[in-house]
Design a binder for this molecule. Structure first.
Ligand code: SF4
Ligand code: SF4
Length: 358
């Protein structure tokens, strides 16, 4: 597990928490919530809290490339006042040209100063895809391509966190026919630890949780797409509250039929939950107020490589997609077949009951 080099001249997070008046009980409650989200056993909370308190405040450089600012909007919309935001305040965000006052050349100078002063020790957060077509000329700022900017800033980073599906895998910017040759960070940088936190946008708590867990114990366990397993270890379908309808073969056929009104499964309306790994079904959105499937729309697979080109959003998941995700096509097909058979049996029972009561 690669750990961040600790700068002795920086206060520890524990010291910053004490100065901010965060009590032990509040801090422990936060750590218990974090370890639960990451599916760690309850006894791990004390060790996690100790490691987090001892971690020194790191420098973070946040660079935006081909992006829509949705990921930064999501990150800054975490529910305030929250301990996540306090912890995020304890990170020294030395460069973020969307949030900082400086612009143009002054902003670039601030970035180079932050790089020089913290060379080899900063966390680099990348937001947005990187254009590679025609030497990257489709994405530029201050006379330099994003491609060259990324190579410069990545060289001195201790680790890179790619936030959003665009920074992780190219995302929306890489959608067919991808005229700018957009790619994700891991396609270009091969010699640094990279953690992908995909989503369009990612869940704020997953972004802050990944950073906090990295501060406490280094690069977390990642899946084959470099996502933290703690947050991306299950499919949406694994944890979806509509799963009981899927298992019984009860599917909405349109967005306003009886099935939709009864909250049945959205598989036949194109839900990508069975092939999408993310924590929406458990952490939810807007401080836990709800999430897309609860609002009546299927998952569109925004945290997966290949998003946006996964076939139409309103066609059921294909066998090809199941197999691209490394999932068993036979098991998935069997699940649908069992569900469909159960659905037919349920329909037959309903018809029989109706004829008996006429
Ligand atoms: S297909 Fe979608 S709506 Fe149906 S159970 Fe799976 S995740 Fe939920
Ligand atoms: S439900 Fe699916 S599409 Fe919606 S935010 Fe979660 S992973 Fe992305």
């Amino acid at each position: 597990m690669s750990k961040l080099k600790q700068r002795k001249d920086r206060p520890t997070i524990g010291q910053v928490m004490d100065e901010a008046g965060v009590g032990r009980r509040q801090f422990m409650k936060y750590c218990a919530g974090m370890t639960a989200l990451m599916a760690m056993p309850p006894m791990a909370t004390t060790a996690f809290a100790r490691q987090l308190r001892a971690a020194r405040r790191p420098t973070v450089i946040y660079v935006p490339y081909q992006e829509c600012t949705g990921c930064l909007e999501s990150l800054t919309r975490s529910f305030a006042p929250s301990l996540e935001s306090l912890i995020f305040d304890t990170i020294s965000l030395d460069y973020n040209h969307t949030l900082q006052a400086a612009a143009g050349t002054a902003a670039m100078e601030a970035k180079y100063q932050a790089i020089q002063e913290n060379y080899g020790e900063y966390i680099l957060i990348v937001d947005g895809a990187i254009s590679t077509a025609e030497n990257g000329i489709h994405g530029m700022a201050v006379g330099q391509t994003f491609l060259d900017q990324l190579k410069d800033v990545a060289e001195g980073a201790a680790a890179i966190v790619a936030v959003g599906v665009c920074a992780a895998y190219g995302g929306v910017a890489a959608a067919h026919p991808n005229p700018t040759g957009a790619v994700g960070v891991a396609d270009l940088i091969k010699d640094k630890p990279i953690i992908n936190v995909p989503g369009c946008p990612p869940i704020p708590e997953v972004m802050t949780g990944t950073l906090v867990s990295f501060l406490a114990s280094g690069v977390p366990e990642l899946d084959r797409h470099l996502r933290p397993k703690a947050f991306f270890g299950n499919t949406i379908h694994d944890r979806c509250y509509r799963r009981r309808f899927y298992d019984r073969g009860l599917f909405a056929k349109t967005f306003d039929d009886e099935g939709a009104r009864n909250g049945w499964c959205l598989y036949e309306l194109g839900c990508r939950g069975p092939t999408t790994y993310n924590a929406c079904a458990t952490i939810k959105w807007n401080g836990g107020a709800g999430w897309p499937i609860e609002s009546g729309h299927g998952c569109i697979g925004c945290s997966e490589p290949g998003f946006w080109d996964q076939g139409g959003f309103y066609e059921p998941v294909t066998a090809k997609l199941f197999s691209e995700r490394g999932q068993s096509v036979a098991a998935a097909a069997a699940g649908v077949a069992v569900g469909a058979a159960a659905g037919l049996a349920a329909k037959a029972r309903k018809k029989k009951l109706a004829s008996e009561t006429e």
